[in-house]
Design a protein around this ligand. Structure first.
Ligand code: GLT
Ligand code: MN
Ligand code: MN
Length: 400
């Protein structure tokens, strides 16, 4: 039964071919689902209500396929995407599956591997451009080490930079208006992956020749695995204009990269994330695609894959409605306003905001009463309970 939370193309939900195409295999078990073709996946995504489909080069074109076969596959895929009214907003390159990348791609000790990785990324970008992609994701899954005896990590970071620089110069030379989104992960499949978090990536980007072309693609699971706050990672990226893409899924702290259905773990974290992406508190919303990088449980057949996909999108929409209701709740607003002290006679906030050489002196001249401030409770218990009651559906309603 369709309802107000079913996805529409206006939501700009996207899935990777590798997500709904995931066959449920794991390191200990064979695949449990049949392989669906990219064309079948496109049809299924359109029917489920997605807006776009993303891909790695080799999700579509097998590694090493001759040019004529590549062109035939791409043409057939393009037709399917157009026929089903989808788009391909993001493309990426598989720089992790082939054994040539067993010691890394852009950070491999062998410079021939680094050169080959750049070549492969160029072909992957050309494919993306052909399909209309605006964003190119780089997930350096193999960029890491099991033993740091193999190389000095400072060399690895420099080689990573050299490869990214080569690609940004090349893309600019082609006249393409593409953005690169770098995706961090702390470990898996490598023991330690270089540039382990979104924060590491944000700094690395500032050391590139064209930092303006590069932003991040944070993934819920990748920051959550080591117990970090995904919300804070996304916030840092948004605050500096670097959230170019986002990988939505769910994950429990300390486990392997689970890539679960969005919102199926840490519902509260998912709520805060959707609230920030949607800007329901009055800040600008994230304006890129809402991409799901997740897959169905191994227990599922093909029907279960579409249950999974619809579930990701519905949960996002329901949480967006909850976030709007929460931010409009008068009691929530009253608690936040009381703590902001915007009407204080001492205009601390404006002095801090103005900054400059005199800020410290002006602040020093203020008379602030720490005992009075410390005596008043902040009512976060009540605030959080309001949030919980919104989430549990006893407050605020669930209107789309
Ligand atoms: C792979 C990885 C994801 C990345 C994809 C893009 S591939 O599935 O686990 O996190 O986003 O390369
Ligand atoms: Mn991802
Ligand atoms: Mn993941």
């Amino acid at each position: 039964m369709p309802d107000a939370f079913d996805p529409t193309p206006a939501d700009r939900f996207t899935f990777g071919l590798w997500t709904v195409g995931n066959r449920g295999g794991d390191p200990f078990g064979l695949p449990v689902r049949p392989a669906l073709t990219p064309v079948q996946l496109v049809a299924g995504l359109a029917q489920a209500g997605a807006w776009g489909v993303n891909l790695h080069d080799n999700d579509l074109v097998p590694f090493g396929a001759p040019a004529a076969e590549r062109d035939r596959i791409v043409a057939e895929f393009r037709r399917a995407v157009a026929d089903h009214g989808l788009c391909v907003p993001m493309a990426t390159t598989n720089l992790f599956s082939h054994p040539v990348f067993r010691d890394g791609a852009f950070t491999a000790s062998d410079p021939r591997v680094r050169a080959f990785a750049v070549q492969k990324a160029m072909r992957g970008i050309e494919l993306g451009v052909e399909l209309g992609a605006e964003t190119v994701v780089f997930w350096g899954g193999r960029e890491g080490a099991e033993t740091d005896a193999c190389r000095d990590p400072r060399d690895a970071i420099r080689w990573y930079r050299e490869c990214m620089n080569a690609l940004t110069h090349w893309v600019r030379g082609q006249g393409w208006n593409l953005r690169f989104a770098l995706e961090a992960k702390p470990n898996e499949p490598r023991g330690d992956i270089y540039l382990a978090t979104t924060g590491h990536m944000l700094h690395f980007i500032e050391t590139l020749d064209h930092p303006e072309m590069c932003g991040v693609n944070p993934e819920v699971a990748h920051e959550t695995m080591p117990g970090l706050s995904f919300l804070h990672a996304v916030a840092q990226a948004m605050e500096c204009g670097k959230l170019f893409h986002v990988d939505l899924n769910a994950q429990r702290i300390g486990k392997f990269d689970q890539d679960l259905r969005f919102g199926s773990e840490d519902l509260k974290g998912a709520f805060f994330l959707v609230r920030m992406l949607e800007g329901t508190g009055g800040r600008p919303a994230y304006d890129g695609p809402r991409h799901f990088d997740a897959h169905a449980y191994r227990t599922e057949d093909v029907d279960g894959v579409w249950d999974f996909a619809r579930g990701c999108m519905r949960t996002y929409r329901i949480l967006a409605a909850k976030a709007r209701a929460f931010d409009a709740d008068p009691e929530v607003r009253a608690i936040l306003a009381a703590n902001a002290h915007a009407d204080e006679p001492l205009d601390c906030a404006s002095i801090l905001r103005a900054g400059g050489a005199n800020a410290a002196a002006r602040l020093s001249a203020l008379s602030v009463d720490p005992e009075a401030i410390a005596a008043r409770g902040l009512r976060y218990e009540r605030l959080d309970q309001l949030l919980i009651e919104h989430l549990m559906g006893v407050r605020g309603g669930v209107h789309a």
